[in-house]
Every structure is written in C-alpha cells, then in structure tokens.
Ligand binder design. Structure first.
Ligand code: ADP
Ligand code: MG
Length: 269
C-alpha cells in the first residue's frame, strides 16, 4: 500500500478512506460525524459515532431495530441536538446549526413517517418546496418536472391522501429532491411497498444519484434493495458503527448475522 498520499493537504475535516489512499482516488468528504453521542435520559441511542460519506456517494445504513439509525439521521438534519460530539458538512462544523439552515446548505430528508400533506393535491404538495425559491413560469416548469419525475403526471389535481403508499413515497422524494440537495437522507423509503414499487424507488434513487450527483444515506432493511442501490453499507448496532463494507462483505459476515439473530423486524430473512 502506498503511503505517498497526503491527507493533510485535504484539510482537517476531509479524510480519505484506506481504499482511496491505496488506489489514489481523491474524493472529498461531504459529511462526517465525530464522537457523536445522543442520550435519552439514561439511555444511549448514539454511542460515539464516527461516520463519514463522500460527495456523490450512495450509502445504505442497516442494523437491527433500535440500533440508532433514525436517531443518527435526525442528528445529521438537526432535528435532534447531540449530547456530545460534532457534525461536519463540507468541512464546516454544523453541530449547532438550525435544521432549516442545514437545508439551505444542501441537506434534505425524507422521514420514516410519510409527511405529504394528505388534504393537499399532488400539485400543491410538489409546489411547497419549489415556491420557496422560484415563481412564475420557472416555478410551473419545476413543479411539472417534479410531478413527472415522481411518475404522477395526470394525478396533479388528486388529493395526496388518495395516492397509494408507493406514490406518496415517490411524491415525497420529489419534494425533498426539488430543494436540489447535495445530500438526501431517506428513512425506510420502501417499507411496506410492493416489489414493483420498490424497483421504481430503487431506479429513482439511482437516477438522482448518478444523473444529479446527489449523495444519499438510505436506511433500509431489504437487502435486495440495498444490494441494488448501495455503493457501500454501514451496519449500526447498539448505537455505534459495527461494520462497513460492500453488501457482499456485509451479507457474508457471521458477526453481522449474529446481531440480527432473535431480531424480528418483519424483514425478508
Ligand atoms: P432505529 O431507527 O435503528 O430502529 P432509533 O434511532 O429510532 O432506532 O432508536 C434508537 C433507540 O433510541 C431505541 O431504543 C429508541 O427506543 C430510542 N429512542 C429514539 N428516540 C427516542 C426518544 N425521543 N426518546 C427516548 N428514546 C428514544
Ligand atoms: Mg428507524
């Protein structure tokens, strides 16, 4: 392995993985957590997490129920305030930045609980994020594109509550993506969806990642889905990073299998 790379030249918060240093590929760290801790009363949900992703990466986050996956994403969006530790984004310390300011910097999230507005139409929902920065003909064009990308052309006037679960997820991804984020966080985007709907979400996420360069952190249990989309997988267990690697490495790791034993998460094992 070559020792010639000089990570120091990338700045204090921009590190390279061993693999990148070995191959000489230089990518910038987009997001990094340092010793991140979140306790609820006496319970530690996030236990000194050091986690990082590169610009344009598509990372999946897996782990048993209660491992701290949703909590970690909420610490990244600022929905939750950490008990200790720091979050860096593009090399800047954003630990104390309000959630809306993080959205301005390019971090967007689709939460585990669907959050389309059921009594608004598809068009009204799609327009909500776009009207914050565009108006007139540009706004109408962006709203059309957003609805089209969700596969919802023809459904513009339909109340969102009457859409299928899969269509609501697509609409929500559109709403999050129309803020033109650099990082999009998805918490269980295909839970409860049919095989066909899952495939459509996988295709959508892959397209946003490859064509628009949006980096993703996706929490998901379904290993077929994870295998289809992920560059790299991080396993969380008991609040901390347990393993990181390719889906093949993770799936064949006996220790990973062990942490799922006795776990009944409704997955397809
Ligand atoms: P995951 O998404 O991996 O299933 P979570 O991040 O939702 O796990 O939760 C991790 C742990 O923290 C769980 O044991 C959960 O009960 C606990 N927890 C999460 N949010 C809260 C909260 N607001 N108050 C108390 N405990 C919480
Ligand atoms: Mg969760």
């Amino acid at each position: 392995m070559s020792e010639s790379s000089d990570p120091a030249s990338l700045g204090p918060n921009v590190r390279q993985t061993a693999a990148e240093m070995a191959t000489g590929d230089r990518t910038e760290t987009l997001l990094q957590t340092e010793d991140l801790v979140k306790t609820f009363g006496g319970f530690t949900a996030t236990d000194s997490v050091d986690f990082a992703i590169e610009e344009g990466e598509l990372r999946c986050l897996i782990g048993p129920n209660g491992a701290g996956k949703s909590t970690l994403l909420k610490l990244i969006t600022g929905t939750l305030t950490p008990t200790d530790g720091a979050v860096y984004y593009n090399g800047h310390d954003i630990t104390d930045l309000a959630p809306n300011k993080r959205v301005d910097r390019g971090i967007s999230m689709k939460f585990q609980v669907p959050s389309v507005y059921g009594d608004l139409t598809v068009r009204e929902n799609a327009r909500l994020p776009i009207q914050q920065f565009a108006d007139g003909a540009e706004r109408r064009q962006l709203v059309r594109e957003s609805i089209d990308a969700a596969g919802l052309s023809g459904y513009e006037q339909v109340e969102a509550s009457t859409l299928s679960h899969g269509q609501q997820q697509q609409l929500e991804i559109s709403m999050a993506a129309s803020l033109e984020p650099d990082l999009l966080l998805l918490d269980e985007p295909v839970a409860g969806l049919s095989v066909d709907e899952r495939a459509k979400i996988a295709e959508r996420v892959t397209r946003l990642n490859e064509d628009e360069g949006i980096a993703f952190i996706v929490i998901e249990h379904d290993t077929d889905f994870v295998g289809e989309i992920a560059d790299k997988v991080t396993v969380l267990d008991e609040g901390d990073v347990f393993r990181e690697g390719s889906i093949e490495e993770i799936e064949s790791d006996p220790a990973v299998k062990r942490i799922y034993l006795g776990e009944d998460d409704g997955g397809d094992e």
